[in-house]
Design a protein around this ligand. Structure first.
Ligand SMILES: Nc1ncnc2c1ncn2[C@@H]1O[C@H](COP(=O)(O)OP(=O)(O)OP(=O)(O)O)[C@@H](O)[C@H]1O
Length: 222
């Protein structure tokens, strides 16, 4: 399988001297094109740190992160921001929708801010597949948690990213909405051939993944 995302010998330390914490201690992981991976592990094992480093949201202390052929640890801030905007999608636990905007506007705003127009066919496809057709003029406060997360998924995918990072995407949902959202996320990303990296505590969420990467004490567990 062609690697679309790789972390090579990643080290991330916080602090200095006696109080330094090695949140990542030599992590190498490879994500194939179209693969759906869950990152699991106990609290403090480094899951969020790994995700943030892979997504270029945080710098590494050592090692390399390759998105396609690009080593993102060597990019300028500006180039990194552009790469994140154009090639990476994010789905967060807390949905992060703008409360004063309708569902449609929430889906398309980031793309418009980047000076791009949403592909109308893709927009229709996302709205239809994610079951949002009857909800487009609603504000986030008028939507259920599961519906809000489906809007957030549409927002992440409308920019046609290569890799989607999902940080505890079902952390604020009940078990029924969780299963529904994950089934939709899985289906639609498979459909579009996207690579998904999902951090989760929930073994039931991880069951939706092709594979699980288990972290312990900042290392990939055997
Ligand atoms: N900004 C920071 N400054 C100092 N230490 C940090 C910082 N961020 C994380 N750490 C430490 O790095 C280690 C890994 O944290 P991380 O948040 O990646 O774990 P996690 O597996 O995502 O945990 P959780 O499941 O609780 O979210 C922990 O020991 C944490 O205390």
């Amino acid at each position: 399988m062609r690697a679309i995302l790789q972390g090579l010998d990643l080290v991330k330390s916080y602090g200095h001297g006696e109080t330094a914490v090695r949140a990542l201690n030599g992590v190498s992981v490879m994500f194939g094109a179209g693969e759906f991976t869950a990152i699991m592990g106990p609290s403090g094992s480094g899951k969020s740190t790994l995700m943030h480093c892979l997504a270029g949201l945080d710098s590494v202390s050592d090692g390399r992160v390759l998105v396609g052929d690009t080593d993102i640890t060597r990019l300028s801030d500006r180039a990194l921001t552009r790469l994140r905007r154009d090639r990476i999608g994010f789905v967060f636990q807390s949905f992060n929708l703008l409360p004063q905007l309708t569902a449609t506007k929430n889906i398309t705003l980031p793309l418009r801010l980047a000076g791009r127009r949403p592909d109308p066919q893709l927009l229709d496809h996302l709205i239809g597949t994610l079951g949002l057709s009857g909800r487009l003029q609603h504000l986030p406060s008028e939507l259920s948690g599961g519906q809000q997360q489906r809007v957030a998924i549409a927002r992440a995918l409308i920019s046609q990213p290569q890799v989607v990072f999902a940080d505890e995407p079902t952390g604020n949902l009940d078990s029924r909405s969780s299963a529904e959202v994950l089934t939709l996320l899985r289906g639609i990303t498979a459909d579009l051939g996207l690579t998904v990296v999902m951090v989760t505590h929930d073994p039931r969420a991880a069951e939706h993944a092709d594979r699980v990467v288990e972290l312990r004490d900042g290392q990939v567990a055997a």
